[in-house]
Design a protein around this ligand. Structure first.
Ligand SMILES: [Zn+2]
Length: 401
């Protein structure tokens, strides 16, 4: 904020002090008294983005894993279309190795050699948690990176894959522009369980302290144990830190095209870049022009008749195959109304069933559950609505996906 300026400095001598002028102090006091919520929001926002900048290597590791996995999942759908192999989320050893190789190359660049004395010299040694200076994100990551080697068991890469998928599922669920509590609870239950399982895998981080020379102050922080921590628990701690302290201020999303995690300004932003957005639009146009898919019209009241095996295009998630059709209240499908009652009653009943429909759809980035409002209510909010298709040529679709 600018300091108080005397307007006479810029005006002729006979200029009167404008009555509305207020000193910085008064302005700040006014804002504090009347708009404390805005102050809190601005501070939280600034703090959150600073935290993200400092710890961005954690998000980068998740992105590296997710992008590799995305390539694999696209391949799995192609294989399924060509019927060479059943659909699977399991990675081959070669695919797991490629994830491990990418992550360890990144770690080599980002952090000093995990075993070098430079890292350990300011780590928690013995029973003393006194550090020479504030632990950096790279240093803490170094304490957790010991096991990330390529010459043995690659289970650490598998753990990162599980975490990255869970984080992707969590962000996809919370990116819904029209959040509904019960549905959201259902969708985030599994990701949260996975985060917790990795948080509890290794002991909690040490409480450490150091003397902040420039401020002449004692400062405290948390730091992983170099002997016990591993990369997956370090990343799980980062996710927990994000969700507990910065989630309301820093929006993260996952790109539906390339699988990268990115900072998003709007909750429903789906792509990390214009390039990814254009690539999806281009591919979709090519697929539709090729005749590999034929359009199927589904009226909202007939949603309960949707068959699994149908394909769809969703404006946020892209092209996917409907794997299963169910109901939000699954017992409803068993109601013995079919064949009885008047036509009007049957139409009403069907419409009611349709409003509870839930589709399980395999998109290129993973499986998503979509409810009636995701399928048919986009128009109300002036959004694009999903469209449905039948596959006419598996081979052509596999080639173009
Ligand atoms: Zn992208």
């Amino acid at each position: 904020m600018d300091d108080y300026h005397d307007p006479r400095e810029y005006a002729p001598d006979d200029y009167d002090v404008h009555e509305d002028c207020v000193s910085t102090e008064d302005a700040v006091r006014y804002v504090f008294d009347n708009h404390w919520d805005l102050v809190e929001e601005a501070a939280g926002d600034a703090k959150g983005h600073e935290w993200l900048l400092k710890t961005k290597s954690s998000l980068e590791i998740l992105s590296i894993v997710s992008q590799r996995d995305r390539v694999h999942m696209r391949g799995a759908i192609k294989k399924w279309l060509r019927k060479k192999q059943t659909d699977t989320e399991e990675l081959t050893d070669a695919q797991l190795f490629s994830i491990a190789a990418d992550v360890s190359a990144f770690l080599e660049q980002q952090i000093p050699s995990p075993l070098s004395p430079a890292v350990h010299s300011y780590g928690p040694e013995g029973s003393s948690m006194a550090l020479q200076k504030e632990p950096t994100a790279g240093g803490c990551m170094g304490f957790s990176a010991r096991g990330c080697t390529l010459d043995g068991d690659l289970s650490w890469a598998k753990d990162l894959l599980v975490l990255s998928r869970a984080f992707r599922d969590f962000l996809s669920a919370t990116s819904d522009p029209d959040l509904q509590e019960s549905f959201l609870r259902l969708q985030i239950r599994e990701p949260i369980r996975i985060f917790n399982s990795y948080l509890l895998k290794t002991p909690a981080h040490h409480l450490v302290y150091w003397w902040q020379q420039d401020e002449k102050q004692l400062r405290f922080g948390r730091c992983p144990d170099p002997k016990l921590s591993d990369m997956s628990s370090y990343i799980a701690n980062w996710i927990a830190d994000y969700l507990s302290n910065h989630y309301s201020y820093v929006g993260l999303g996952v790109c539906a095209e390339c699988g990268k995690f990115f900072v998003r300004e709007r909750r429903d932003k789906t792509f990390c870049s214009k390039t990814c957005q254009n690539r999806v639009a281009y591919n979709r146009r090519k697929i539709l022009e090729s005749g590999a898919l034929a359009s199927v019209v589904v009226a909202p009241d007939d949603a309960c008749d949707i068959q699994s095996g149908l394909w769809m295009h969703h404006p946020r998630f892209g092209i996917g195959r409907i794997e299963a059709v169910g109901s939000i209240n699954s017992s409803i499908f068993a109601a013995p109304h079919h064949g009885s009652g008047t036509d009007v009653e049957r139409v009403r009943y069907k419409s009611m069933l349709s409003r509870r429909v839930m589709l399980q759809v395999r998109f290129l980035h993973g499986v998503r559950a979509l409810k009636y409002s995701d399928l048919f209510e986009g128009e109300k909010k002036e959004e694009q609505v999903p469209t449905f298709y039948e596959v006419k040529s598996e081979e052509t679709l596999a080639e173009l996906l």
